[in-house]
Design a binder for this molecule. Structure first.
Ligand code: ADP
Ligand code: GLC
Length: 477
């Protein structure tokens, strides 16, 4: 390795600062994971209103007089061991609400808000911060940072290499073409081979076209994105760049997600103590379930296939199963879940909302975790399921297919199964998977064997951090 590699990670979310989904988990876990590989990573994220109090203890390292309509400053500080750069631009980020939306829905100026983040990422990459730090690599995440590699490419600066990671192709950062000049993008790049996308702009496309390298959060998703069914309009770009695309499976933070660290700890050797957590979970949801207790911890959206559950659940309940759901999202899906709870008192429990602590109890106490996604770039909850011996029942898409070995007869006789994988993502296939789950449950020694396989399956960051480090080494100039 040519000395320590410095990387500027640019993203809209980062645990523990702010999280709406797995993106934040990954952006927050990478710096520590990759430090072990000799990479010095800083994370640039906007100083949303909920984060501004932190600025007081941070050091100002950069400023810009006019960042798309107002002044901006960048502050550096340490948050839980992460070197964080907070971009303070009150006219863009100091608002009541979430990172992408307020009381009235998505912020109409989102294209500008995140182009601004990308612009600052590119400036810091070119000029460094006032403490003398300058990255070798700019690593952009998803559409929110998609313009960062583009600003780099159009600036002509060639000494900093760029990577973009696709966590979710469904969000493409679409903007009207007439913003081109305002966003400081060159007019001559507005053509289908570069910035133009269906008559407008897409920050994700801009990143995919201009970054030196593209990664996705699982190898299978990288392959899927080259096909129309999953590429969502950008499959042509993805295939044309195939030789510069790598799928690197996410890891999970195994210190945070560990059955040994739970309130009622258990390990692979003391697996029977998992029953204590199941009792606590049942009490929390008011459940009394004779057979396997399945859980769902998820955004309740079309992507996640939550709408398939109401049709298949009656068969599972009649066979003795139960279900605990934690999630929020689509109002129709929220009420469908509530209706199931009313229909099956004592067998189905539902919590609408976001609750990190409860989610831990659910993975510890559940017997299986259901992830029936229509598409899933990586997915983290199936990995928590593996770690906790809470058997994942997953659709055969994206990273779900890359992380679970289905208990088909071959895998069972080879002794390697870790869960159940079903395809396609339909009610019939999910129902069949739940019947298979019941079969496995009826043979408790086989069930426990699969649980132990699951718990032994490596889900930490080590291997993936090595892959990112190798990629940085390969492209750094
Ligand atoms: P996505 O990012 O598409 O939502 P992931 O599986 O990558 O899917 O990540 C979701 C993350 O959010 C996981 O850490 C999961 O445990 C967490 N999560 C989702 N919904 C909830 C909820 N209602 N309460 C607590 N944690 C949740
Ligand atoms: C996105 C994807 C999810 C992935 C996460 C982190 O939110 O929907 O599958 O695990 O990003 O990469």
């Amino acid at each position: 390795m040519a000395g320590e590699t410095r990387v500027l990670s640019v993203a809209s979310e980062c645990v523990p600062l702010l999280k709406t989904g797995g993106l934040a988990d990954v952006v927050g876990a990478l710096p520590a994971a990759i430090a072990a590989e000799g990479v010095d990573m800083r994370v640039l994220i906007p100083a949303y209103r909920s984060l501004r109090w932190r600025l007081e203890t941070m050091e100002q390292v950069f400023d810009e007089a006019d960042l798309f309509g107002g002044p901006a400053r960048v502050f550096l500080g340490d948050v839980s061991g992460i070197r964080v750069l907070l971009l303070d631009a009150p006219h863009l980020y100091d608002r009541e609400g979430g990172p992408y939306s307020g009381p009235g829905g998505d912020w109409p100026d989102n294209p500008i808000r995140f182009a601004a983040l990308s612009w600052m990422g590119a400036r810091i990459a070119r000029e460094g911060t006032s403490d003398g730090w300058r990255p070798h690599i700019l690593h952009a995440h998803d559409w929110q940072a998609g313009f960062a590699p583009a600003y780099m490419a159009f600036s002509g600066a060639r000494d900093v290499a760029t990577v973009i990671t696709v966590h979710n192709m469904a969000f493409q950062g679409w903007a009207k073409a007439d913003l081109l000049g305002y966003l400081r993008l060159p007019a001559w790049e507005f053509h289908p081979g570069s910035l133009e996308y269906y008559g407008g702009l897409s920050s994700l496309k801009a990143g995919l076209v201009t970054a030196d390298w593209i990664t996705t959060v699982s190898p299978n998703y990288a392959a899927e994105l080259m096909r129309p069914e999953a590429g969502m309009g950008l499959q042509g770009i993805m295939s044309s760049r195939a030789s510069h695309v790598t799928g690197i499976l996410n890891g999970v933070d195994t210190a945070v997600w560990s059955p040994e660290a739970e309130e009622r700890p258990y390990t692979i050797r003391t697996l029977r103590r998992k029953a204590d957590s199941r009792i606590a979970l049942s009490a929390a949801f008011g459940l009394d379930v004779p057979g396997p207790l399945a859980i769902v911890v998820s955004r309740l959206t079309h992507q996640k296939g939550i709408d398939l559950i109401p049709d298949v659940l009656p068969g599972f309940i009649e066979a003795g199963g139960g279900l605990a759901v934690l999630g929020s999202g689509d109002p129709a899906m929220e009420s469908a879940m509530r209706a199931l709870e009313l229909r099956y008192p004592g067998r189905v429990g539902v919590r609408i909302g976001y609750d990190e602590g409860l989610s831990h109890l659910m993975f510890a106490g559940g017997d299986a975790v259901i992830v029936p996604s229509r598409f899933e770039p990586c997915g983290l909850t199936q990995m928590y399921g593996l770690r906790y011996g809470t058997l994942p029942v997953v659709a055969q898409v994206g990273g779900l297919a890359d992380s679970v070995i289905s208990a088909n007869p071959a895998a069972v006789s080879a002794g390697v199964a870790t869960g159940i994988v079903f395809a396609p993502t339909t009610g019939d296939a999910l129902a069949a998977a739940l019947r298979r789950l019941m079969e496995l449950w009826s043979d408790q020694s086989l069930w426990q064997h699969i649980q132990r396989n699951a718990m032994r399956h490596p889900v930490g960051w080590e291997a993936s951090a090595r892959e990112y480090a190798a990629l940085y080494d390969r492209i750094r100039r």
